[in-house]
Write a new protein. Sequence first.
Length: 351
Amino acid sequence: MTIANNLQISEEKGLAYVQPCAAEIGKVMLESDLAKLLKPVSGQIIDFNVLCDLLNIYKIRFSEFRCSLALGVSKIKWRGKTISIFEKGKMKIREALNEKDALKTFQDLLRLMWGSLICEVCGRPAIYCAAGACNKCLKKDAKRDTVNLEELPTGIILSNALMDLTTIFSMLDKVFSNILNGINGAEVPEMKIRDFERKLNRVNTIVLDFILQTPDIKQSTLGFIPLGITFNLKRVLIVINNLIREINQNLDMLNQFNTKIKEEILNIFQEIKHLYEIVPQIISKNRNVHENIEKIDRVLVKIKELEKKTKNMYGESKSFILRLTKDINEICLVGLRILNILGVEVFKCQM
């Protein structure tokens, strides 16, 4: 998937108009309608929920920030300018120094908004495409270009974001170890969601810096790799938290399970833990990563086999295992999706 191509964004596209700013003498105001500039197929140009999320991540760079889903408008104070973005795609930039300054701000805003703009291929926000959640945008056996970040003028920014991601996966590894203990009958400590959220937001802020500061628009789309990963991680954290709650509420039942069933659950989750351990290896360019992937490419099949074995079970035990396998299946799918974002083909199982 190529975000730039799907959205057909070009920095040479014109503006609606620029005129003197009524709010401050000597400055200019820019008005634009993205629906006219980008000509969306579906009619919708922005997913306003995603836009508010993206701008909220970047609010540390703004002097002021408000985003109202009810009103469908976002108000920003940025680089000395007052900016309004409306749900239908209209934008106003006030108090720009001159036309060049207004144009630069407009182009940078487009890059900040990129993930919220609707993809013309699948009709969903571009961030969903980047996260691998849109099958229409995924091309089988697509050619992936190799990029040396050291050769990019802003490569160090993206490198820092990727390294911060590895620390998040280290935190997740400890949570998975606790879950394995829980399956064995020990109470699982609550996951510190806020710690994860803070680190994920830091990564996303750095990535948005990279997208803004990278001169070449095609190279700037590399930022969608970590954005897609963090998008998936935010969603899977909810599932993991639910899994921990399920285990803690049913420890007695787990201890009474058939030993073979329990071992199968442990083995499946151990492979999922291993799956997530592979991500930092890819980021650090571990040469043995493909050998490791071969060990986990049947995990989804094993989950389905476990579900089939519950047919002969009854009552709460059956319901519990089905809830457990549903969460484990989702965690596994997200892990495989993240590997695919990083360029590793692991979709041998039907997803």
